[in-house]
Design a protein around this ligand. Structure first.
Ligand code: MN3
Length: 199
């Protein structure tokens, strides 16, 4: 049985960037529903009982067909949101030098990386996520997934992810996704991104 993880900060900690009501609904309603529906689906496949969420999303072909879509949607939702909460912090810290050097090698500069990431975020049509990922060859890339798709299912390791579903920003930012993306950089937990890069 998967469980809803606690946030590493209070619901109002990321204000004024991400408001308390959005954070609380996002965690207690959206994320909780993904966890519940994932558990409901997995109840039909007891042979997968011991598998981690990472294993399930990496090995979708081994998930029985009748629950595969549920694992993609709700398992992906659980995994993506669990990462998302960790990738933000109320304590603003500059990106660690090791991370900056890898970003510079891949994108030219942190600013250029952020421009490309923002562009991907505002041009993603509908609901989904924007990711900084590490590829099998250790190079970094910016990629998007639709709905609750996970980079793990494409053989990519997520280092940083941004939820661009409207539920992530609409109460405060309405249709202004670009403003939400711009303000989100103020709460990015760079030390966690660096840790993901080295793991
Ligand atoms: Mn969400």
């Amino acid at each position: 049985m998967f469980t809803l993880p606690n946030l590493p900060y209070s619901y109002d900690a990321l204000g004024p960037h991400l408001d308390k009501q959005t954070m609380e609904l996002h965690h207690t309603k959206h994320h909780a529903t993904y966890v519940n529906k994932l558990n409901e689906a997995l109840a039909k496949a007891p042979q997968l009982k011991e598998k981690s969420i990472e294993w399930l999303l990496t090995n979708l072909s081994e998930v029985p067909e009748d629950i595969r879509t549920a694992v993609v949607n709700h398992g992906g939702g659980h995994y993506n949101h669990s990462l998302f909460w960790q990738m933000m912090s109320p304590d603003k810290v500059e990106p660690p030098v090791e991370l900056v050097s890898v970003i510079n090698n891949n994108f030219g500069s942190v600013e250029k990386f952020q421009e490309q990431f923002n562009q991907a975020a505002v041009s993603l049509f509908g609901s989904g996520w924007v990711w900084l990922v590490k590829k099998a060859d250790n190079n970094l890339a910016i990629t998007t997934t639709f709905n609750q798709g996970s980079p793990l299912s494409q053989g990519l390791q997520p280092l940083l992810g941004l939820d661009v579903w409207e539920h992530a920003y609409y109460l405060k930012w309405q249709n202004k996704r670009a403003d939400y993306v711009a303000t989100w950089w103020q709460v990015v937990n760079w030390p966690v991104v660096a840790k993901n890069l080295l793991s």
